[in-house]
Design a protein around this ligand. Structure first.
Ligand SMILES: Nc1ncnc2c1ncn2[C@@H]1O[C@H](COP(=O)(O)OP(=O)(O)OP(=O)(O)O)[C@@H](O)[C@H]1O
Ligand SMILES: Nc1ncnc2c1ncn2[C@@H]1O[C@H](COP(=O)(O)OP(=O)(O)OP(=O)(O)O)[C@@H](O)[C@H]1O
Ligand SMILES: [Mg+2]
Ligand SMILES: [Mg+2]
Lengths: 259, 259
């Protein structure tokens, strides 16, 4: 069975989508078939992997709300071994639509568990979450085995962490007692910038081994790649960003007993 | 009566909070008494202006849900002429609490209109919105005279704009027909970076005069200032960030017939 990881942080613009796309691509390159589920109504992961808006007739909305079959909602993308379930703006009404349904936090979990046969092809599922602790993100946390938290190396980013941990504890006490923290990855790190060094020091001091050794540097090639609908590994395979996401994939595999 | 401006963009990390804090401070410095309402459960604007978590006993949650008096929820901050209504994490439950109340999109509008006497002291009210098009952001748009959109000079940022404009149109057709666009301000602009130039060209071509002439450059001093609980004007008054936000305030005043 695949490992299901929610890529989440309610702070906006910290590198959730960039991490989902590029960690996904690096895992695929390392031989692990990976599925990305775009659970953000903005649909950035879908765009960043080249799924045009006209190709999103079926999407993560159908998977979440109707339990649609993965075969009907997932798309291959240009990267071998990497598929994606795209997102549309319809997702933002899922909050309201599911609001008074019983078991509303478990819709995605049920939709995935009901089709473990289909999922058996994959070794990893990465869920790209929106910048909020709303019903979409809670569904991702309830469906997931673990949560991977991109932490931007900036002041406001640390402030949001305690709120995220509270939510994690609530999900653990309720619908998903097995939910673990896969790890916290520092993003947009600039070693010339004091703030980055300070955030790293604070994070490693308070969170210890939960913080990945791999750090993702600020690298303009990472922000250019999505406009060419390519992960960094294809856009500029020797860039600092590509090297870092390959290292993150290797570290993740090692932590999960695979090499 | 004050002009009420919602600072909003559902794309995360584009500079909403940084713009609310620093434009607010620059307007205050120019002699316009300004109130910032922090409507983001993350409470970044509150932290960035030095309101400690223990001082948030009353907050924007009370204003929104109970129509609390401004005198009870607003705090002076270190900047003369700038007050803030802080935010707490309680705000994130407001969505659920207001969900089945009639007129739920108009709670903030009513809370402000009911106390125009108190508000008469101010020339501007800036509402810092969360990164989502949820009930909090809709409340801000219904309460506001106009919306100011920070647009990060990056690829994903442009993609979200059409969604935002759709929501704007819905609000105008429904609860707030007078809602206008105050303007779109390019943020984190780096003139050495092709992507920034491209986003600016696209934005000015498609949105014309809606785009402020003033552009906010990427400036590390802006990201350092909140950790000292100061707006950029106090933290480093001659930095590129301070100069830009003063220019933005001047442009905003000129557009509103004040100089
Ligand atoms: N390491 C990096 N170096 C440079 N730019 C980066 C890096 N990581 C992400 N970016 C850019 O920063 C912006 C924010 O990243 P991204 O969209 O992945 O964040 P997010 O957390 O998914 O945002 P949201 O909260 O809106 O979902 C994007 O324009 C992206 O291209
Ligand atoms: N012009 C700038 N130059 C450099 N850093 C900036 C600039 N504007 C904002 N920042 C930094 O970028 C990060 C994102 O900015 P900010 O938090 O203001 O965005 P936001 O849109 O309010 O985010 P959210 O979507 O989470 O509410 C912060 O760490 C901030 O300090
Ligand atoms: Mg994202
Ligand atoms: Mg903010």
């Amino acid at each position: 069975q695949p490992k299901i990881i929610a890529v989440s942080n309610q702070k906006g613009g910290v590198g959730k989508t960039t991490t989902a796309i590029n960690l996904g691509a690096a895992l695929a390159e390392a031989g692990c078939k990976t599925l990305i589920i775009d659970l953000d109504p903005q649909g950035n992961a879908s765009t960043g992997l080249g799924v045009s808006h006209t190709d999103r007739g079926t999407s993560s909305y159908d998977l979440l709300v109707d339990g649609a079959a993965l075969a009907d909602v997932s798309h291959a993308c240009d990267v071998a071994g990497l598929n994606i379930v795209p997102a549309t703006a319809d997702l933002s009404s899922a909050d309201v639509e599911l609001a008074d349904k019983s078991g509303r936090v478990g819709f995605l979990r049920k939709a995935l568990r009901d089709q473990m046969g289909e999922l058996a092809d994959y070794q990893f599922v990465l869920i790209d979450c929106p910048p909020s602790l709303n019903l979409l993100t809670i569904n991702a946390m309830v469906a997931a085995d673990s949560i991977l938290v991109p932490l931007q190396s900036e002041f406001f980013a640390l402030e949001g962490l305690s709120q995220l941990m509270l939510t994690l504890r609530e999900v653990r006490q309720g619908a998903n007692p097995d939910l673990r923290i896969e790890g916290i990855v520092l993003t947009m790190y600039d070693k010339r910038n004091n703030l980055s060094l300070q955030v790293e020091e604070d994070a490693r001091e308070n969170l210890g081994d939960l913080v990945f050794k791999t750090v993702i540097p600020r690298n303009v090639r990472l922000s250019e790649a999505p406009s060419f609908a390519k992960p960094i590994l294809d856009y500029d395979k020797n860039s600092a960003g590509a090297v870092a996401y390959r290292a993150l994939a290797a570290e993740l595999l090692a932590l999960n007993g695979q090499t």
